[in-house]
Design a protein around this ligand. Structure first.
Ligand code: HEC
Length: 104
């Protein structure tokens, strides 16, 4: 391998890992969205309302990708709307991980 290719890999690999995590300012927007928009159905403290509770115990047994797909595409036939366009796939997964840890 040419040295330049090695340097390319060294730079690209960490960038790739970082891409999965939204930038700090975007993280704040996503938490705001969660409290304002999601909270209107799932409850201000996410204990449930029109939508089910989204507390760590409620989500622990459900796969991250399944829950992220629910956020992106909604649940047809239920009140859960799709958020694709407002959040991307990395952001949906990041939100699920925050929900599973518990939002403070
Ligand atoms: C208009 C009401 C409404 C809004 C707004 C809403 N949801 Fe939902 N959500 C629901 C309902 C109802 C369900 C249950 C769907 C079903 O019957 O399976 C649900 C289900 C879910 C689930 C799956 C829970 C589980 O245990 O399987 C997740 C995760 C979720 N919503 C996240 C979100 C997030 C994140 C937002 C904001 C970006 C949001 N919801 C906004 C109504 C809403």
């Amino acid at each position: 391998m040419k040295p330049i290719a090695v340097w390319g890999l060294l730079v690209l690999i960490p960038l790739n890992l970082l891409a999965a995590e939204p930038a700090p300012a975007r993280q704040q927007e996503l938490i705001h969205l969660l409290k304002q928009d999601c909270g209107s159905c799932h409850g201000l403290t996410l204990k449930g309302g029109l939508g089910p509770a989204l507390l760590p115990n409620d989500l622990q047994a459900k796969p991250v990708d399944f829950l992220a797909a629910t956020i992106l595409d909604g649940r047809p036939g239920s009140a859960m709307p799709p958020w694709r366009g407002m959040v991307n796939e990395d952001e949906a997964r990041w939100l699920v991980q925050r929900l599973r840890e518990g939002i403070r």
